[in-house]
Ligand binder design. Structure first.
Ligand code: PXL
Length: 276
């Protein structure tokens, strides 16, 4: 039997199950990858203190890394919410000292409910230590804007320029996701030579919690299976678009995307790919 590829997420636990580690593992499972996790922080609001982010210490992160990377072995990994400068530096050092080649960095900064997922003083470490190790980074519009010092991004042309400029940070591929602009959901990929756009229809829903986590987890799984970057992005955008289309909520607030949607309904969204 051929074993599934081993994929690792290094991210925050989202107690509600829609985002972070939980979204990543559900995505890995749907795409037949063997999911592993390193929890860097736990997100869950305490009813009395209102504290929302609970950190995991350095030793625990190192221990999880040793188990996943040195004991089981990792074919590809992604990073999500790392929250502090110290965690970013630790994780970047661990990745750099490993032989893992497929590294997807989702530069998570702000959640859908406006929760803060990265401390302000962590931005430099993200740019200087972690992003240069990446096969691909996957910022959304606010994240790309922050990485570019607060630049306003409103059109697809702006996203193309942003992708080209972010390439200077040292990642091999830049995917700027345009889901937060108006009109169709157009994402822009720059690989150092060519700009490619990926277009999906806009889906009229508020239930998109964890969509970014799901997208980058899918990219990690597809890259680890050996797909070229463009193909991995195309398949992943299709997967996340179908998951968004079937998003739902158990509560009155923003709910999860439905990770099982593509499998359950046998649908895959057609993504329109254009060069230049
Ligand atoms: O969707 C961004 C995100 C990532 N990681 C964790 C989160 C969230 C959003 O809430 O909680 C742990």
């Amino acid at each position: 039997m051929e074993y599934p590829k081993r994929v690792l997420t290094i991210a925050g636990s989202a107690a509600g199950g829609s985002a972070g580690i939980q979204a990543d593992l559900k995505t890995f499972q749907e795409l037949d990858a063997y999911g592993m996790s390193i929890i860097t922080a736990m997100v869950g609001r305490h009813p009395k203190t209102q504290k929302n982010v609970h950190l995991v210490g350095e030793e625990a992160i190192e221990a999880q890394f040793a188990t996943a990377v040195h004991q089981v072995g990792v074919d590809g990994l992604k990073t999500g919410m790392l929250f502090t400068k110290e965690t970013i530096e630790l994780v970047a050092g661990l990745i750099a000292s490993s032989e893992v080649e497929t590294v997807v960095v989702d530069p998570v900064m702000i959640g859908k409910m406006n929760s803060k997922l990265l401390k302000e003083d962590a931005m430099e470490a993200l740019k200087l230590k972690l992003i240069p190790l990446a096969t691909i980074i996957t910022p959304n519009v606010p994240e790309a804007s922050q990485l570019l010092g607060g630049r306003t991004l409103t059109t697809v042309e702006d996203l193309k320029q942003a992708a080209v400029d972010l390439y200077q940070l040292g990642a091999k591929n830049i995917l700027v996701k345009g889901g937060r602009l108006e009109g169709p959901a157009i994402d822009v990929l720059y690989d150092g030579q060519h700009v490619t756009t990926f277009k999906a229809p806009r889906i009229n829903t508020i239930h998109t919690s964890g969509a970014g986590c799901t997208y980058s987890a899918a990219i990690t799984a597809f890259l680890t299976k050996g797909l070229e970057v463009k193909e991995a992005v195309r398949f992943s955008k299709s997967f996340v678009t179908t998951a968004i289309e079937h998003g739902f909520s158990y509560t009155e607030v923003v709910g999860p995307t439905y990770h099982a949607a593509e499998r359950k309904y046998g649908e895959a969204h057609k993504i329109i790919v254009n060069e230049g």
